[in-house]
Every structure is written in C-alpha cells, then in structure tokens.
Design a protein. Structure first.
Length: 102
C-alpha cells in the first residue's frame, strides 16, 4: 500500500512543478517566450502586414492569462527576443499583443 501512496504523491508533485507556463503559473523565461512566439507567430512576424489576433484565439487567450498573472509579462517577454528572434519577429508587434488582446 505504501508504494501506491508514494507513486500518487510523486505524480501530484511532478504535475504541480511541470505546469505549462503559458497555461499555468507564468514566468518571464525563454520557455514562456518560445511558447508565446509559437502561438502568436502569424501576428508578430516582421513585415508591413498588420493582422490582429482573434480575441477568442489561442494567442489572445495565452496573452490574457499571462497578463492576469503579471501586467508587464508581455513587455518582459518582448525584451527577451534575441537576434535570431528579431530576424523573424517584430518586437513592437509582440508588445502590442497586450493591447490588441484586451
């Protein structure tokens, strides 16, 4: 009986600490940045075309969750864009997600 309880406890602890930052407890990290870039890539790519993400889409849902936890989260993630990211994505469009998804 003890091994079963230990297994259940391990699973609870493991799932608690492996929550997806975009869905669960967010932090301003490269992992959260990469998840956001994946979800919002077609709205933040470099170029003249400005396409707003749909309010009920995955991108805006993730942005709102991040903003609920920390109102400056999107600004922080935009600051994490490295030179490779800046070749593909527009930092201004990333920062604007917090406004366009309100």
């Amino acid at each position: 009986m003890f091994p079963t309880k230990a297994t259940v406890l391990f699973l609870v602890v493991f799932t608690t600490f492996s929550i997806n930052p975009v869905i669960g407890v967010p932090d301003c990290s490269n992992y959260t940045k990469s998840r956001l870039l994946i979800l919002c890539q077609c709205y933040i790519t470099k170029g003249d075309l400005v396409q707003l993400p749909p309010y009920q889409g995955y991108c805006c849902m993730a942005v709102r969750r991040l903003q609920r936890k920390d109102s400056q989260m999107i600004q922080c993630l935009a600051g994490l864009l490295d030179s490779e990211d800046k070749k593909k994505y527009d930092a201004t469009k990333v920062r604007h997600l917090s406004v366009s998804c309100k």
